[in-house]
Design a protein around this ligand. Structure first.
Ligand SMILES: *[C@@H]1O[C@H](CO)[C@@H](O)[C@H](O)[C@H]1NC(C)=O
Ligand SMILES: *[C@@H]1O[C@H](CO)[C@@H](O)[C@H](O)[C@H]1NC(C)=O
Length: 424
């Protein structure tokens, strides 16, 4: 059972200025005139999640570039990428992080040396409906909790698998960052639950989940900003006390189930931290300018419609990660974190991981944190116990794969194939 599912926790942040949204009549990006031929996905289109209304999740699939270890491409694992936000298009991850082509500031595409589809299939889903190129026929249909999000994603994944005979038996791994730290555990849990009720041929072959710089348990995570910033030397004791007060205020709202107030209170923590430190972005305290993700919007300009589901952000505090705990208990997981992320960075992840109800946690906390090198160069640290791996990626912020493309590729491949420090 232990090897059935694995979990990878990564830390990245959500950086999207606007949601890429398409009205139902807008064309998918593959028909946009400026989209170069060589960067087109192997397959893309719509996976209907509600046959009554026609609401649908947009997908872009890139087949593996080469085979590995004599495993034919048609049998290689498939990674599913979910962006955070909530309400950020996965085209951000595609064109700025892990896809085979990366968009630069000149709005041209360059081959990504760290693409995650080098040896695995890679599919980007715009989730939930109403986000990016996905279609929500009505506002009422846009999910407002993790259970409904998982339900739609499960239907979409089943439809995706049905697109090609070879997809059926390929191992599936859920990956994503930031607010996907909520989607991924919820979806993992839902898949395991559904699989137990379905005949073998209708199951989703889920083998592991990987969360990068995830916002998974805000109540615990919000309490780490002050102390983390203090020990980084960014704020003094008086400012630490001020931030701690704001953090407690947020936690108070969460405990009373006041989700909107909690969201505003958390934003006050983060805004105050930004103001008093003068940092360009909390997503990476060393950056002099924020991540330039607006290029993705510019690139898809001709497809842009109305904004997606920003209101769903109000739900940030609603869902706790019980299913994450459940998933790990089944033996699933990896986490990875860009170390310079002040928002959903290393200390904030370690704080919630420690509270997981999984009998492997004492073993994990005692496990040695090993120095991780890529081509002889220091890349970060790996701590692993049974199915749970935690990776700290050095010299990276919230969008870790964009800061460390090659190391991110080595990480995802070694983790999935249980090589190097990830060997069991
Ligand atoms: C499909 O849409 C209808 C009408 O809004 C709704 O009643 C139904 O629950 C939806 N089904 C799913 C799977 O979301
Ligand atoms: C941060 O600074 C901006 C600009 O000076 C100001 O508008 C905002 O209210 C400040 N936010 C907080 C939480 O202090």
């Amino acid at each position: 059972m232990e090897s059935l599912l694995k979990l990878l926790l990564l830390l990245f942040i959500t950086v999207c200025h606007r949601v890429l949204a398409a009205t139902p009549s807008s064309p998918p990006p593959s028909s946009a005139p400026s989209y170069p031929e060589e960067a087109l996905p192997t397959k893309s289109g719509y996976l209907t999640v509600n046959s009554t209304t026609g609401s649908a999740i947009f997908y872009a699939f890139y087949e593996a570039q080469t085979s590995y270890n004599k495993t034919p491409i048609s049998e290689s694992p498939i990674l599913i990428w979910l962006q955070g936000g909530p309400g950020c298009s996965s085209m951000l991850g595609n064109l700025r992080e892990v896809g085979p082509w990366i968009l630069n500031q000149e709005l041209t595409l360059e081959a990504n040396p760290g693409s995650w589809n080098q040896i695995f299939g890679l599919v980007f889903l715009d989730n939930p409906i109403g986000t990016g190129f996905s279609i929500a026929r009505s506002n009422q249909e846009i999910p407002r909790n993790q259970y409904d999000i998982a339900k739609h994603l499960f239907i979409a994944i089943q439809k995706f698998i049905a697109l090609d005979k070879s997809f059926k038996n390929r191992p599936i791994y859920l990956t994503g960052e930031s607010y996907a730290g909520k989607y991924i555990p919820a979806l993992g849990y839902y898949i395991i639950k559904m699989n137990s009720q379905l005949p073998k041929e209708s199951r989703v072959n889920l083998r592991g989940v990987a969360i990068g710089n995830g916002l998974t348990d805000p109540e615990i995570q919000v309490s780490t900003h002050a102390i983390n910033s203090f020990y980084l030397g960014l704020i003094n004791e008086k400012q630490t006390a001020l931030l701690e007060k704001l953090q407690m205020n947020t936690i108070g709202f969460i405990r009373r189930g006041k989700w909107s107030e909690a969201t505003d209170a958390r934003n006050r923590v983060l805004d105050t931290l930004t103001n008093i430190t003068g940092l360009a972005t909390l997503y990476d305290y060393r950056r002099l300018i924020p991540y330039q993700n607006g290029v993705v919007d510019k690139f898809f300009e001709q497809c842009r419609g109305e904004e997606g589901v920003r209101s769903e952000g109000r739900q940030i505090f609603r869902e706790v990660q019980q299913c994450g705990e459940w998933c790990v208990a089944r033996g699933c997981d990896e986490e990875r974190e860009g170390q310079r992320d002040l928002k959903d960075g290393v200390p904030s992840t370690l704080a919630w991981v420690k509270t997981m109800r999984w009998d492997g946690i004492p073993g994990f906390l005692e496990a040695e944190r090993k120095v991780w090198r890529v081509d002889g160069k220091l890349a970060g640290y790996v701590q692993k116990w049974k199915s749970l791996s935690h990776v700290v990626v050095l010299n990276a912020g919230h969008l870790m794969p964009s800061d460390q493309p090659v190391n991110s590729q080595v990480m995802i491949q070694d983790w999935l194939l249980e090589r190097g420090l990830f060997a069991s």
